[in-house]
Design a protein around this ligand. Structure first.
Ligand code: SF4
Length: 168
């Protein structure tokens, strides 16, 4: 595991992630049916800067950039806002300390109860696109990774959210 990736995984845990795994980008599964799920049935469609069709970067442009990444870190959290903050923090740390100038976080944006769209984004330094918006099949990608199931101190099952950081 090169380029300090292990450090980034440890940092994710320090920042509050329940688990984090290095995943070669060739193992990330895409399925354009994810886009159908965005378009039909998700109330974020058209209402968030970070969700389709407001991304201003087509899936084709995204895939051209995606092909240049070798590795990614998938980060598991029990709460989406924490996930977004950890993903952006890991993106920044990868850029500044681990020779990954194009590190890029992907996380559903939950910074505002209601997105400012179509007014300017309130927190552009935190806003990143959702994985589903670019057709990542999150379930199929996670299946072989065996992320552990977590419980709180009272033994209650903890819900899981996932974010990703692409690395050079
Ligand atoms: S930070 Fe707020 S305004 Fe910006 S994309 Fe996210 S929810 Fe919308």
């Amino acid at each position: 595991m090169g380029k300090g990736y292990k450090t980034l995984i440890d940092r994710s845990i320090e920042l509050g992630a329940g688990d984090a795994r290095l995943v070669p980008t060739k193992e990330i599964v895409f399925d354009d049916r994810s886009f159908l799920k965005c378009r039909f049935g998700c109330n974020r469609w058209g209402n968030y800067w970070t969700c389709p069709p407001n991304l201003a970067l087509t899936p084709e442009c995204f895939m051209d950039a995606f092909k240049k990444y070798d590795q990614s870190i998938f980060i598991k959290v029990s709460e989406p806002k924490l996930g977004q903050e950890i993903a952006v923090a890991i993106e920044k740390e990868a850029m500044l300390s681990h020779d990954c100038p194009f590190a890029f976080a992907m996380a559903m944006c939950v910074q505002c109860e209601e997105c400012a769209f179509p007014e300017p984004c309130r927190y552009p330094h935190l806003a990143r696109p959702s994985m589903d918006g670019y057709e990542v099949d999150i379930g199929k990608t996670l299946e072989p990774l065996g992320f552990k199931v977590e419980f709180d101190k009272k033994g209650k099952f903890l819900p899981a959210w996932y974010v990703m950081v692409l690395l050079d």
